[in-house]
Design a protein around this ligand. Structure first.
Ligand code: PLP
Length: 405
């Protein structure tokens, strides 16, 4: 480890930092969490906010009691905080959902035209779009964008649905530029920000993004809420995502008058604690400052990649040779080892949690030449350089000492 890496401490306190896990030899060790991209641990501020919210926890929107009024205020306040966090404008409405998958399925029921997607997407941004037009990503972002333009110009599309950051390689796309291109071609744009939102400042107003989806559980708020932020017109023209109480203005036995968004798509009792947790996470992350968050993970990823590259036969997966920014995700394979074998070894022998498999992005793993999967190490606010050193050291012990430089 170089001197530059010794100072990188965790940026925030998260739950589970002192978790002790059993090892195969019967001993225990403090858990090293490298699975933030799947679900991030809760920020302590989020847990504290949940505690507060529980004091007045009650039904929202329809109760006249004090606790119900406070809970309603908390819930609607959470909506505003989340909207501000992503730069929503008056044209956008914030709908609380269960997660990104839920948000994208909701939007799929609202899009009037066809949907264009890249073949690198998480299944959540591939499968909900019925009859989508799939564009094969190229080896550079430039050429990938050119292919998108060709497809969008070939015949009109309603929507371009694209990831903000790949859940496999962490690579970030230039969303403002792509939004501009989509609009010039007459399409709207949806950004799957499941991996982007925890790592980079988002400004959908300035970027010209029409729809944005992300999950609380990846944003240090693992209490079951997600978000769809988007332009009102399509949302208000579509059938409600769920039919039931709260989504209506008036009902007779022969007729239903549906409410406008967000209520239109939030039938039933909403996830009040999830929304509050998500808002608390947005506020905490904003107070940390995205410039520090980006710098923290850039330094840790540099350390991680530099360390991993010393392991013979190890390949770090990437999509685009001209990509200038990546979030805290490093996915790799090691010659001669199955991804599950590596992940199990890291857990059983070293108490390190990574993810292995195809990361709900089977077409992408296929085209990267790793149809059998890979290992993903992902970092976040609770990661420090000691964790990275531990992971690198553990991966190095996989291969015979004679093979190491
Ligand atoms: N999109 C991306 C890029 C993801 O990484 C994920 C989850 O890993 C999803 C969508 C789906 O998120 P969720 O499981 O919270 O619905």
């Amino acid at each position: 480890m170089t001197a530059a890496f010794t100072a990188i401490a965790p940026l925030a306190q998260v739950t589970g930092a002192d978790l002790c896990v059993p090892l195969a030899d019967g001993s225990t060790r403090t858990y090293a969490n490298f699975d933030y991209a799947a679900s991030a641990p809760a920020l302590t501020q989020v847990v504290e906010r949940i505690d507060q919210l529980l004091h007045t926890y009650s039904s929202v929107h329809r109760g006249a009691g004090y606790a119900s009024k406070v809970s309603t205020d908390n819930y609607e306040n959470a909506r505003e905080i989340v909207g501000r966090f992503v730069g929503a404008t008056d044209e956008h409405v914030v709908v609380f959902t269960r997660n990104t998958t839920d948000s994208l399925n909701l939007l799929a029921g609202c899009v009037p035209g066809s949907v264009v997607v890249l073949d690198i997407e998480h299944h959540a941004n591939l499968l909900p779009w019925k009859g989508s037009r799939i564009v094969r990503a190229a080896g550079t972002i430039e050429e990938t964008i050119r292919r998108l333009v060709v497809e969008l110009c070939a015949r009109p599309a309603g929507l371009l649905a694209i990831t903000g950051a790949s859940n496999v390689t962490g690579e970030v796309l230039p969303i403002a530029r792509i939004a501009d291109i989509a609009h010039r071609c007459g399409a709207r744009i949806l950004v799957d920000a499941a991996q982007l939102a925890p790592h980079r400042a988002i400004d959908i107003g300035a970027w010209g993004v029409d729809y944005l989806a992300f999950s609380g559980h990846k944003l240090y708020a693992p209490f079951g809420a997600g978000v769809l932020v988007g332009r009102r017109d399509w949302l208000d023209c579509a059938d409600p995502y769920l039919s039931g109480g709260g989504a209506v203005r008036n009902v007779t036995v022969t007729n239903t008058q549906w409410a406008l968004s967000p209520a239109r798509h939030e039938a039933g009792t909403p996830n009040i604690l999830g929304a509050g947790a998500l808002a608390a996470a947005c506020e905490t992350i904003e107070s940390l400052g995205f410039e520090y968050i980006a710098e923290h993970e850039r330094a840790l990823c540099e350390q991680l990649v530099a360390g991993l590259r010393t392991v013979p036969g190890l390949e770090v997966l990437s999509l685009w040779s001209d990509c200038e920014d990546s979030v805290g995700i490093v996915t790799f394979t090691v010659d001669g080892f199955e991804p599950r074998e590596i992940a199990t070894y890291l857990s059983d022998v070293h108490g390190i949690g990574v993810r292995d498999g195809r990361f709900c992005a089977h077409p992408l793993l296929d085209r990267l030449g790793h149809a059998d999967g890979a290992v993903r190490a992902s970092i976040g606010l609770g990661t420090g350089c000691a964790d990275v050193e531990r992971l690198v050291g553990a991966v190095r012990t996989l291969v015979p000492e004679s093979a190491l430089a």
